[in-house]
Design a protein around this ligand. Sequence first.
Ligand code: AMP
Length: 466
Amino acid sequence: MCGIFGIFNHSEASNIAYLGLHSLQHRGQESAGMVSTDGYSVYSHREMGLVSDIFDEPTLEKLRGNAAIGHVRYSTAGSSDIKNAQPFLVEYAKGPLAIAHNGNLTNAKIIRDELQNYGSIFQSNMDTEVIVHLIALSHENSTLERLISALRRVEGSYSLLLLTDKEMIAVRDPYGFRPLVLGKLKDSFVVASETCAFDLVEASYLREIEPGEILHITKDGARSFKPLKKAAPRFCIFEYIYFARPDSDVFGRTVYGVRKAFGRELAKESAIDADLVIPIPDSGISAAIGYAQATGIPFEMGLIRNHYVGRTFIEPKESIRHFGVKLKLNADHETVRGKKIVVVDDSIVRATTGRKIIKMLRQQGAKEIHFRVTSPPTQFPCFYGIDTPSRSELIASSHEVEEINTYMTSDTLEYLSIDGMKRAIGNGADSFSYNFCDACFSGHYPLRFPWGMELEQMELFVQDKK
Ligand code: AMP
């Protein structure tokens, strides 16, 4: 869970990158950073926190030059620490090199152990750092060739941006797990995790960076290469379900449109007679609109969100019921009292949010609560960049739907089926090419960790996070 943005050949590169990162803030709120270049030197700024808090005018003025890459981070690999904030910047034999990564490398631990045995000293516990070491160790000449030889060794998910004092390079792994798009802003190229970043900076959307593509951008223009071993694309389905912003075009469709289609499919599969459809904001809103439109049941915002929730809050000694969820959401009693309600959310992880919200709604007088989830049960962890916990923490990995319903205290609970999810993505078509990774629902991992390394590898990812 991270967002990346890059711009090449723009007189206000860092200002534009700052706006781009702000649009991608939903992809990571832990830390943010930027590296820029004026063709001679590189300039860097990274901090823990939100984009709007980290960058101010003096900071952006110091990020000089006409090219910049930036990153917003939510840690899925490496601890929540400033040393793991990106872009990761090094000075090596060929000069400065910065890298920003969205994804998870599944063989990072093996490569790291091997390099450490040869004496390499790592500065972070991020998987991304192995790419930098492999580039530095390569015998090839140019950064591009060195990068290609490094990428031939790594496996997993990676959408990358690299910056030197001469070039910007965008890469998407052969499976295309995470999104990455290319745009144009007058004479400059822009690259971002999602198109919503282009809308803010008024760049035009050209196309996706294709799975397995390396785009080399210099003052002479952009050149595309596909030197990596081909794979059948496996786009992350969870980008549609939860992660991406609804106003982005991802994998060829708007996220908002796909989420509404999830809601419509769910309505077909598990319609129920009710007075209201209410979403859990913000994640359930688009799908709840689809569910309400398909069933004709009125849509209401029965839960109101407080948008100013920080990381931790001190609870008073006399405990408050549903404290955690109440900080973020509150029910409108006039809307919900005496009503049969369909509550829509995008997914259930541990079921704590749903359980607390149901209690809150009942407290405010709701008569019946029918919980509808616009994805299939999340049963398996993600190794490709979404922070889905281990199997033991995923309630659906060890409990049947009826047991989860009992735990949540809903009157009924229904999930979208895997087939319904596929139909929604295919725009209702029965046959279309389904190029998605749905391992979190199906357990079908397109790319496994090297045999027996899952636990060890995940330990590298979650060190110090506990
Ligand atoms: P839980 O209370 O653990 O069942 O969490 C469910 C809520 O978490 C849902 O409202 C989802 O929108 C949200 N969610 C799903 N996946 C993730 C994730 N990987 N990181 C953060 N939130 C998530």
